[in-house]
Design a binder for this molecule. Structure first.
Ligand SMILES: Nc1ncnc2c1ncn2[C@@H]1O[C@H](COP(=O)(O)OP(=O)(O)OP(=O)(O)O)[C@@H](O)[C@H]1O
Length: 280
């Protein structure tokens, strides 16, 4: 559902420390309602950590993080957010349908909700294109099929915000395309806000908006088109690399200027010292 402000997630000065390391460094970012926002960046840059903070499972966060108008982690958000981690969380000894029935019973308990549960399960199985495998044991599915069962579980409660941690890893190109089509249908038809991470830059082109992360800092927040135009690049990947080089260049310039300053200072000091020596 579209948030009246058009903002689904707002982070300001978000800092996360994990195992004594600062993994997110005071970042500011916005996830727009009803849009697909891609969270992209190299392995280890902090994508999963940011997602964990958004869904409220990340300890040791500081700064502001508002999700659907509430502070991240607020109990009222649980039923409004669907979260799919990188590791599929399904019961291997249950069929696809039994997995979904189980989670539906938690989400929509009681006899009165029986029809609603059945409908929600059938819709979620169809959404991820697993109707023909509904009675197969999850343990006998391929990796890609198992991760789609996880996605179906997340879709059960028709969440307003869907947080997907690298959902297309290990999928073949056809399945990847089908999943992206599904994300677009969810955003367009149901107004679902989607925050999806990937380190495959060609997936960036399929997002409405992008957050590019590098070493725990935001490198850019833009639409793919504006990012390409601004960096005069043919692809988002090229644009990303230009921004990395520019950031490194600036860091290099800063280091260079600092080194020059230091050299001037020490030259001044040693000139002073030798003047002193001469005066002795
Ligand atoms: N449990 C943990 N304790 C301490 N540090 C951690 C922990 N989990 C992750 N980190 C560190 O936090 C940093 C960010 O990790 P994160 O998983 O958020 O990155 P990522 O961008 O999602 O990477 P990937 O694309 O490989 O999944 C990494 O440097 C990682 O080593």
């Amino acid at each position: 559902m579209m948030n009246s402000s058009g903002v689904a997630v707002l982070g300001r000065g978000l800092t996360v420390v994990r195992g004594g390391r600062t993994v997110l460094r005071g970042i500011d970012f916005t996830v727009h309602s009803g849009r697909i926002t891609g969270l992209l960046g190299p392995s280890g840059c902090g994508k999963s950590t940011l997602m964990r903070a958004v869904v409220g499972t990340q300890a040791r966060t500081t700064g502001t993080l508002e999700v659907l108008g509430r502070p991240a982690g607020h109990p009222a958000l649980r039923s409004r957010i669907g979260y799919v981690t990188q590791a599929p969380s399904v019961y291997d000894d249950l069929t696809v349908r039994q997995n979904l029935d189980y989670f539906a019973a938690v989400l929509l308990p009681g006899r009165a909700a029986r029809d609603a549960r059945r409908e929600a399960v059938a819709r979620a199985v169809a959404d991820v294109d697993l109707t023909s495998h509904a009675d197969a044991l999850a343990g006998r599915l391929s990796g890609g099929q198992r991760s789609r069962v996880s996605l179906a579980v997340a879709l059960l409660g028709a969440p307003e915000l869907l947080v997907l941690d690298e959902p297309t890893v290990g999928l073949d190109p056809v399945l990847r395309r089908d999943l992206w089509d599904l994300f677009h249908r969810l955003a367009a038809d149901r107004g679902t806000t989607i925050l999806v991470s990937s380190h495959v830059m060609d997936e960036a082109e399929r997002c409405h908006r992008l957050i590019l992360l590098r070493e725990g800092a935001i490198l850019a927040e833009d639409t793919p088109g504006d990012l390409r135009a601004r960096t005069r690049s043919a692809t988002v990947e090229e644009g990303f690399l230009r921004l990395v080089d520019a950031a490194d260049g600036k860091a290099g310039e800063r280091a260079g200027a600092h080194a020059e300053e230091k050299a001037e200072k020490s030259a001044g000091e040693s000139a002073g010292e030798s003047a002193e020596e001469n005066a002795r």
